[in-house]
Design a protein around this ligand. Structure first.
Ligand SMILES: Nc1ncnc2c1ncn2[C@@H]1O[C@H](COP(=O)(O)OP(=O)(O)OP(=O)(O)O)[C@@H](O)[C@H]1O
Ligand SMILES: [Mg+2]
Length: 417
């Protein structure tokens, strides 16, 4: 069912260079005691398309780890089937299956008596890669997860911080370029700041590698951030809801899901949506240093009570209250109140709201990459977008790439619009 992983680096890739597998749970159940005993996992059915991240989330003991371990057959189901790329894993040879599925276990589980480099190349060694191939792969992966190979390769796990160990765990799971990764609370054992950094690195790596990933967490915020799809599980191993994050937040399927995602789900949704293609209020503008023309009439006719002064390139300079706009003469920049927060199409609605509240303004100015005014995002539009589900959501990796190049708000806010 998989391509031959004995060939390093290009292993498992299809014609487009993608290395990912579809995973399908079909009525999967597991009872630890007896076949008819209390279920740890109960009738789980869902499909994860190749190249997407599916997060299993739910309270402790709801069957997340059990579900994951049935994929690589560390645990055998008592009912149902799990198919990887259409093939039932029950028919696979177990050792071969496990070598082809990357696995980051709960609590990392590095081999303490092996160096970082040896840990990373565990599977390639079992697959018989040459020393040279192993060394190259270790260097490549340590670099990928942000650990300088020269500094870290020969250390032992006890000589690493918690966050560094987690990175090595991820590198080890990626070593044979598996089309499928199982990650069980991979970032749980570190503080929130390190976790955030590891999550962002993970998303950056995933944007590049596009693996199929089953990711377990009990943290709903992590699930929403990381998942293309989220499987919310509840006690007894039931699937409470399986949907993209925005849908889980917008339309929780039950009281349990609504409680689990939290009372702030409206705000969480705003963090999933960007200004993107939202309709913007067309600002009434006038170019500083040029004749004012009919700016006063235009500004008075517009419901928004301010005129936006721009420079000759179209970049915002500041606001003029309607009543201060001269009827004729030259538009004087010195009268302007400094501009509101500058937003970009890529800014999330949650960040936009936060910047507008912090600046105590009713509108943010949306600019293009050159800093030219595209229009205004008003509080009203933001509220409407939040209610409607707004600008949609791109893949997590794409969101991250944008977030990385998002500049901070520009000029100091004032008691303006
Ligand atoms: N080997 C076992 N024998 C018997 N019961 C088990 C075994 N392993 C797990 N269980 C039970 O199955 C249920 C699901 O366990 P599982 O480890 O899948 O939960 P989890 O969702 O991963 O929890 P956590 O968030 O705490 O890691 C629990 O009630 C647990 O007690
Ligand atoms: Mg678990």
């Amino acid at each position: 069912m998989f391509a031959d992983p004995k060939v390093p680096s290009s292993a498992g890739r299809d014609a487009t260079g993608m290395c990912a597998a579809t995973v399908e749970f079909r009525h999967v159940s597991k009872s630890y005691d007896r076949r008819d005993g209390p279920a740890a996992v109960d009738d789980l059915t869902f499909t994860v398309p190749a190249g997407s991240v599916c997060v299993l989330v739910g309270p402790s003991g709801c069957g997340k780890t059990t579900s994951l371990k049935m994929v690589n057959r560390l645990i055998e189901p008592t009912g149902g089937q799990i198919l990887v790329d259409g093939t039932d894993v029950a028919g696979e040879e177990v050792t071969a299956l496990r070598r082809r599925i990357g696995y980051v276990i709960q609590q990392v589980g590095l081999f303490p008596h092996r160096t970082v480099g040896e840990n990373v190349t565990t599977v390639p060694r079992l697959l018989g890669w040459s020393r040279e191939q192993q060394r190259e792969r270790a260097e490549e992966l340590l670099g990928l997860v942000g650990l300088d190979p020269a500094r870290y390769r020969d250390r032992y796990p006890a000589q690493l911080s918690g966050g560094e160990r987690q990175r090595v765990g991820v590198a080890r799971a990626l070593a044979a370029d598996p089309p499928l990764m199982l990650m069980d609370e991979p970032f749980a054992a570190v503080d929130p700041i390190v976790r955030e950094r590891l999550q962002n690195e993970f998303l950056r790596i995933q944007a590049e590698l596009a693996k199929t990933i089953l990711f377990v967490t009990h943290d709903i915020d992590e699930a929403i951030k990381m998942g293309d799809l989220v499987a919310v599980m509840q006690a007894g191993g039931h699937l409470a809801q399986f949907a993209p994050p925005d849908e889980i937040l917008a339309r929780p399927a039950s009281d349990f899901v609504a409680r689990f995602v939290g009372a702030d789900r409206g705000l969480k949704r705003l963090s999933l949506s960007r200004i993107g293609a939202l309709p913007l209020h067309q600002a009434v503008t006038a170019v500083a240093g040029e004749p004012v023309g009919d700016a006063r009439q235009r500004s008075l006719a517009d419901p928004f009570p301010f005129l936006l002064l721009i420079d000759r390139a179209g970049r915002p300079l500041g606001w003029l209250p309607d009543r201060d706009v001269p009827a004729d003469g030259i538009v004087d920049e010195r009268l302007a109140i400094p501009a509101s927060p500058l937003l970009e199409r890529e800014t999330t609605l949650k960040d936009a709201l936060s910047m507008m509240i912090a600046a105590d303004v009713q509108a943010g100015i949306v600019v293009d990459p050159a800093g030219r005014v595209l229009g205004l995002l008003t509080m009203e539009a933001l509220g409407a977008a939040g209610r409607a589900g707004a600008a949609g959501r791109a893949g997590a990796g794409a969101a991250l790439r944008r977030a990385e190049r998002r500049p901070a708000a520009a000029r100091p806010p004032a008691a303006a619009p």
